[in-house]
Write a protein that binds this ligand. Sequence first.
Ligand SMILES: Cc1ncc(COP(=O)(O)O)c(C=O)c1O
Length: 379
Amino acid sequence: MTPDRLRDHFPVLGRTAYLANCSLGARSAELAASQADMLAAMNGVGNPWPAFEEQVTQVRNAVGGLLGTGPDDVSLQPCASVAAYQVASGFSWSRGRRRILTTRREFPSIAQVWLAQQRGGAEVVFVDDGDTSSGGVPDEEQYTRLLDERVALVSVPLATYREAALLPVATIAAAAHAADAYQALGTMPLTVGRLGCGYLAGGTMKYLLGLPGLAFVYARPGLRADRPPQLTGWSGQRDPFAFDPRRLDFADGGTRYETGTPSVPAVYAANAGLGLIARLDLHAVRDHISRLTRYAADQLSEAGERVLAPPQCGAHVAFFDQDPAGLAAGWPSAASWPAPRRRRATGRPFLHHFPRRRPRLHRDLLVPGRQYSNGACLA
Ligand SMILES: Cc1ncc(COP(=O)(O)O)c(C=O)c1O
């Protein structure tokens, strides 16, 4: 399926240029059908759990396929923050290598999980601390110059949540190396083998076209020999149905990072979204998105906006605004909605637009009543 044909699966795109996939993916017809399927499974005379479990197996397979690995290397998580915690809890921070390298461009929730490890002895170093350039994103050198025998974990967002800068995950070679690929998966071809990362986290509610409530983490098999995770539950056990409250028996594979019952609606939704993604050539998607983001950035710049244009850009476009929440509130709601990401004075709302119909400057990207430096203004 081409990116253009994908549009036909999203009734919402007949009414709007959807600009917020970086926050929440557009609703597909398949997503709606998946929820109806789940409800139908609960409406019969029989037990719905076998159908739910099949969906769980299907989603592990699909995530494994997307990442170019097997289902045994991935675990399902309720959100990316818990995924990060599960990774962190495998390390002993009180001795030996105790340092975590991260960046100010990390999604805050992930960095906050790293910071919380300080209580156990971890030392968190932001590789770009002291970098005062407003649009700067860390490069390979900023990471590698800090790589030494004190470093236990190197955390790199693959596409930054604010400016969609693609960071050189594959070239920052480190022993244990975690990538947050939430803003990249589904928008470009990616495999854990090519990235060479030890851990990779993502979630299904954005470009993977699912619902909130399901994330996942890949862990390279050798690294699983570390301490087992601290958060656990029956899904993390070798035999989830052993029902022995006196025994901890962690699964050998990636499911050892799992905990309790996953969000079943989100699992159904994820299968719908991943099913669509599996029908796409992600090289073509990447080309398509690159054309669209260039177009939006050019249009916004022409209108006088200060666009953040990283050299390697992911799937959304960001521009500076003094009042992103106010900007989002004034957005022409019939047309689209943007995703304001920071309430501080220099916050940036983020835009992502979905394939085929190019957002029209006046309808989709400019805000009524706002004066632009080139004189464009919508009444
Ligand atoms: C880069 C990145 N990581 C993670 C998340 C979400 O984290 P969580 O699933 O813990 O809410 C987001 C959501 O915006 C994100 O952009």
